[in-house]
Design a protein around this ligand. Structure first.
Ligand code: MIC
Ligand code: SF4
Length: 647
């Protein structure tokens, strides 16, 4: 068996371990962050759970820490009090980004982790099977329910050799993205093996598994070996270590060979993480902003490298260089070993240990200028600036860029400046201080759950109609992300207020002087008709935010028709009673333009009878019948028919 098969088998509750089959697995640990966690805990309360049933559940405050107005702080208070009552650890604002802190303080090789954030697979860097999901699925896991997934077809990535100076883990995952792409990988998972694995430390492995989310795979996993033990020992958690390697005759669905020593610095170009080029191809582009941080590249290893490159140098006056350490542990160590002073001396702007600019919380670049980031996503407008130009690179390339004011290959800059590649050693001991992680109260002794006025109820869905009378509200292209559906940034503070947040659904497609998507959808809903979204391939890429299903549901959307839908988003649609359908024939896509009426008679009966759904279209008096498909299991079919899991 490979590692993924081993972990799934050890956690199997139901189903057969064959690729493509639906299985249910026991979840050992969960994590939530504040932008999805508030809804997840409201849902947990709605389910009526007294105390979580997992081995460990942690709630982090890391996304909404800007606190413009009371909304964010109200969410924090609610989460702190509900965690106390339900038996969940609470990591306070300032303690760091969920994935970084979880890796440092809680990750355990061989365990399963379900997180209400798409970058949860970061935990694969330590040998966990870590999976991202919508908040409701995580709430159910906290309630002790097994998690349902398609047993993945495992792609093995054999690493050989070792990285050359100035080439780093980010370049490895960008290389993988250039091979596998950011769409079409639903139902698969990635496992790294081979002689090159040993040369990578846990923080480097975590950079690779973190950005595996951008492949759209279910999870990415590394073995648990001596390097894992070294990391856990330095975290004072050596007793959590177990060895976990694939069997010598382990099988993979396909194997990709990567010789680490052959890699060069790479960049994901605007505006998709799958748009990868060699950095040398884009070198020379003038850059106004460089940001280093996010759950991808904010470890002590990354920031020691940054400090070593900046030592005795100045960031150019035309460049703004911001650094957000991934955790308080990292920031404390940087401060104690003098690296922070080096960064300040160089002219860096030091940000809180949080998601910050990665989720559009400030640091939007100037219009028409280029931003270079060590983050994992560069979806259009995610920076908060319209039509932004955002490149994703390694910390090495980011510093080289900040020192020259243009996108730069760090190998060239190093040779121009006479810079030696800084070698990094895992510290014998990280600075361990869990004082910003609150332990829950003993069962029954917690105070009251604090729910201020900005926190609403999670809306329940309603059953699908017998005969669906709908209208196409929007016809979209390929690779529509959850950032297109539900913008974050300045709107993130409305995550616990669905009617308010729903006003910005598909905001980026609104046209000046015309009714907004929200207004059009609500008008169709108020006529008692169903809203229908039409899209191309890989609909719902990116975030796990279930708001991308909840808010459209609130506006009356009942059906999404696409060529393909990404895993987490498809599950969120089902959870909230929106029917995901696929085209049978590509020729039907052009028929479903905005404003087309669509009727599906005997809808529940059609869903139950099999995969085929017959729909009637009508536009400008012309009628046509088309055939659509669904891929729902019997259980999911019943869920959608009844209006989703909460209903
Ligand atoms: C993201 O990177 O897009 C987020 C913000 O972390 C999301 C979660 C969210 O939308 O709250 C994710 O990746 O799941
Ligand atoms: Fe936070 Fe960005 Fe990581 Fe999402 S990708 S968890 S917003 S740092």
């Amino acid at each position: 068996m490979n590692i993924i098969e081993k972990i799934i088998k050890a956690h199997l509750v139901e189903g057969c371990c064959c690729p493509g089959e639906e299985v249910k697995i026991r979840i050992d640990q969960t994590l939530c962050q504040d932008a999805t966690g508030t809804m997840a805990f409201l849902e947990l309360e709605a389910i009526g759970v007294d105390r979580v049933k997992t081995e460990l559940s942690v709630q982090y405050i890391d996304h909404n820490t800007s606190q413009f107005g009371p909304e964010n702080a109200n969410d924090h208070l609610y989460l702190q009090s509900v965690c106390d009552a339900k038996g969940v650890l609470f990591s306070r604002a300032g303690n760091g980004i969920c994935h970084q802190v979880h890796l440092e303080r809680f990750g355990v090789p061989g365990k399963t982790l379900l997180g209400s954030d798409s970058h949860t697979p970061t935990g694969g860097g330590i040998g966990m099977l870590a999976i991202g999901a919508g908040g409701l699925d995580v709430a159910l896991a906290m309630a002790g329910e097994p998690f349902k997934l398609t047993f993945p077809a495992v792609t093995g990535i054999r690493l050989t050799g070792a990285l050359k100076p100035w080439v780093s883990a980010k370049d490895v995952i960008l290389k993988v993205l250039s091979i596998l792409g950011s769409k079409g990988n639903v139902g698969t998972a990635v496992e790294y093996f081979g002689s090159g694995v040993a040369s990578l430390s846990v923080p480097e492995r975590a950079t690779i598994t973190n950005m595996g989310a951008e492949l759209g795979v279910t999870s990415s996993v590394f073995p648990s070996d001596e390097a894992t033990l070294a990391f856990l020992t330095a975290e004072g958690r050596a007793d959590s270590w177990i060895p976990l390697v694939p069997d010598p005759d382990a099988q993979y669905q396909k194997v990709i060979e990567i010789d680490l020593s052959s890699l060069a610095p790479m960049a994901a170009c605007p505006s998709n993480p799958g748009n990868v080029k060699h950095l040398s191809e884009c070198a020379g582009i003038p850059v106004s902003q460089v940001l280093i941080g996010s759950c991808t590249n904010s470890s002590l290893k990354d920031l020691h490298l940054v400090a070593a490159m900046l030592k005795g140098r100045k960031v150019l006056p035309g460049v703004s260089l911001g650094i957000a350490p991934g955790s308080r542990q990292v920031l404390q160590m940087l401060s104690e070993d003098g690296s922070l002073a080096v960064m300040l001396e160089a002219g860096c702007r030091i940000l809180e240990s949080a998601c910050g600019p990665c989720i559009g919380q400030g640091f939007s670049p100037a219009s028409g200028t280029v931003s270079v980031r060590t983050f994992n996503r560069n979806f259009l407008n995610r920076t908060g600036t319209k039509n932004d130009q955002c490149y994703l690179v390694s910390p090495e390339s980011a510093v080289a860029t900040a020192l020259t004011g243009k996108l730069s290959d760090p190998r060239t800059v190093a040779s121009d400046l006479g810079l030696e590649y800084p070698q990094w050693q895992m510290p014998a001991r990280f600075r361990i201080d869990d004082s910003m992680i609150q332990q829950p109260a003993a069962h029954g002794s917690a105070g009251e759950i604090i729910r201020k006025e900005t926190i609403g109820e999670p809306p329940h869905g309603s059953p699908l109609p017998e005969n669906l009378d709908g209208e196409v509200l929007l016809q979209l292209e390929d690779k529509i992300t959850t950032d297109h559906i539900m913008p974050a940034g300045a709107n993130l503070k409305y995550r616990s207020n669905i009617p308010r947040y729903a006003q910005v659904v598909f905001e980026c497609f609104n046209r000046e002087g015309e009714p907004t998507f929200a207004e059009r959808a609500a008008a169709v809903r108020d006529q008692g008709r169903a809203g229908v979204i039409v899209a191309g391939e890989s609909y719902g890429q990116g975030s796990s935010r279930e708001h991308a299903a909840i808010c459209p549901m609130y506006l009356g959307v009942r059906v999404v028709i696409a060529f393909s839908i990404e895993r987490i988003h498809a599950a969120n649609l089902i959870n909230f009673g929106i029917l995901p359908l696929q085209f049978s024939k590509p020729e039907d896509y052009p028929l479903l333009t905005q404003g087309t009426s669509i009727t599906i008679n005997n809808l529940p009966a059609q869903i139950r009878a099999g995969a085929t759904i017959i729909a009637e279209l009508e536009k400008d008096g012309a009628r046509q019948t088309i055939t659509l498909q669904h891929q729902l299991s019997n259980e999911d079919a019943e869920l959608v028919i009844r209006g989703g899991k909460l209903a």
